[in-house]
Design a protein around this ligand. Structure first.
Ligand code: GDG
Ligand code: MG
Length: 186
């Protein structure tokens, strides 16, 4: 499969000492959960009338906690500009480009897709909050902004009851070893 590259942003609100992440419904995650809970419904998949959603699980089964992120689908914009727009659209913070620190990039998948994701760090304050975020409903996005207190963040990262992609865990750990120690020294 060919997919776009992407950017993701670890957002830390220094006014409230919390990470800002997004909660989103992901159809692929939902369908994996459907098959896990109702394997019998997926056995007749060769039939024309196959419909796995006759006895659906609640939509919350497909909701994950994620970093703010976006596809690199505008060739005229830099990765930083795309990241800045995503932070505003999804989380409601208007940040200057200079607030974005590039952490690293990696392959967001290696089995089915091979696209690259570039991870940024952005420290924000309450004063930078100009909107509610929430993404673009007209493009099918339904995003809830969630704050994870710094003091609970490692517990959150490894709590399997909160489904999440690995970028959340990696970036929270990156913060612990690169930023949190500095905060304590202030
Ligand atoms: N958000 C996020 N956090 C991670 O920690 C995280 N870790 C990996 N990824 C991967 O990054 C890619 C890009 O992320 P998004 O799906 O958030 O990209 P957007 O441009 O915001 O939105 C697009 O997808 C939406 C939903 O499908 C549509 O509604 C939009 O129309 C459409 O533009 C995806 O491949 C996702 O697998 C994360 N993505
Ligand atoms: Mg997104």
């Amino acid at each position: 499969m060919r997919t776009h590259d992407s950017v993701s942003i670890l957002i830390f609100n220094s006014s409230r000492q919390c990470f800002v992440v997004v909660k989103q419904f992901r159809p692929a995650v939902y369908m994996c959960e459907m098959e896990r809970h109702r394997p019998q419904d997926f056995q007749s998949k060769d039939q024309d009338s196959w419909c796995p959603l006759l006895d659906p699980l609640p939509a919350t089964e497909g909701v994950t906690y994620e970093l703010c992120a976006g596809l690199v689908d505008k060739p005229e914009l830099s990765l930083e500009e795309i990241a800045r727009n995503e932070v505003l659209e999804e989380c409601g913070y208007d940040i200057p480009i200079t607030n974005l620190k590039r952490i690293t990039s990696y392959r967001s998948g290696v089995g089915v897709t091979g696209s690259r994701q570039t991870l940024f760090y952005a420290e924000v304050t309450d004063q930078m909050k100009t909107g509610e975020g929430g993404g673009q409903p007209e493009e099918g996005e339904l995003i809830e902004v969630v704050e994870v207190p710094l003091q609970d963040s490692m517990k959150f990262a490894f709590d399997e009851h909160f489904p999440k992609p690995m970028g959340v865990i990696f970036s929270f750990m990156w913060f612990q070893s690169n930023v949190a120690l500095g905060l304590l020294e202030k």
